[in-house]
Design a binder for this molecule. Structure first.
Ligand SMILES: [Fe+2]
Ligand SMILES: [Fe+2]
Length: 277
């Protein structure tokens, strides 16, 4: 099995000196796991690298057939080494998610209306420190949920959350960048999901927040953001409703690898692995 690191941005990890290295938190954030190919590459590859990370978070909004998260998909992801699953606009695509939101480490976007099942953030212990995973959705070319900027402002005014990792599930790159700068210095990282295409801009913002516009998808490589190409092509060329199916073939595993220190990000780099042909 091969894997490769892509390192467009690696921050100076020397802050704090060697004496604090043991307290640093190594975190892997895996982009939208899509259908069976995504679950397959996750289950096959993550265990081989799991030991390099203290915490693993994965977006599972497309894990069950491309739409939603069911019990079997969640089980596969947790068994592979995922600690927390985030969601997105397909959060409620499968009815199993209602039980999962109540019983497992699964979070749905924070800015759904009051009364929506589940919660938008989850605080866990990682190396004896508090780490909070937040999932929130953008509103540009997306469902008109509550204001994500206000939702995070309100959340961060509350009780101490420890280090905060935000999965910002959004379409527009401008909204994602504005959101990340709005939170710079207040959260450890803002990691974009939803577009399924990894962006080459992983970096640390001026006040210590790690940011990548989109982490990319963990799913079938020869696809239109996960779907077999003929479905989207038919939709674009005929404008007729066309059923989409999950593409087959080898899968890609896209993630962001971060190092956190004292609630800030001190290193971020893209991580990618593609199944052999
Ligand atoms: Fe997605
Ligand atoms: Fe999405």
């Amino acid at each position: 099995m091969r894997f490769r690191h892509l390192s467009p941005q690696v921050a100076d990890g020397s802050r704090g000196g060697l004496g604090t290295v043991a307290l640093m938190l190594r975190l892997l954030f895996i982009g939208d796991v899509y259908g069976k190919p995504g679950r397959r590459v996750l289950a096959a590859h993550l265990p081989s690298i799991r030991g390099a990370y203290d915490v693993v978070i994965a977006n599972g909004e497309n894990a069950a057939g491309g739409h939603g998260l069911n019990a079997e998909s969640a089980k596969t992801m947790f068994s592979a080494g995922v600690d927390v699953i985030t969601l997105g606009n397909h959060a409620f695509g499968h009815r199993d998610v209602h039980a999962l939101l109540g019983s497992a480490k699964v979070v749905r976007p924070l800015n759904y209306p009051i009364g929506t099942p589940g919660g938008g953030f989850l605080t866990i212990q990682a190396k004896g420190e508090r780490l909070t995973v937040v999932n929130v959705m953008g509103r540009v070319f997306m469902d008109p949920l509550d204001d994500p900027f206000k939702a995070l402002d309100d959340l961060l005014e509350g009780p101490d959350l420890g280090s905060v990792i935000v999965d910002f599930h959004a379409e527009a790159t401008s909204e994602k960048a504005a959101f990340a700068y709005h939170l710079d210095g207040r959260v450890a990282a803002v990691l974009g999901t939803h577009t399924h295409v990894p962006t080459a801009d992983a970096r640390i913002l001026p006040n210590g927040t790690g940011f990548q516009t989109d982490v990319g998808m963990t799913g079938p490589l020869e696809s239109v953001i996960g779907a077999a190409p003929e479905g989207p092509i038919a939709r674009f060329t005929t404008r007729m409703p066309t059923k989409l199916t999950v593409a087959e073939g080898r899968a890609v595993f896209n993630a962001a690898a971060l190092t956190l220190d004292g609630g800030s990000c001190v290193a971020i780099e893209r991580y990618a692995f593609t199944e052999p042909a």
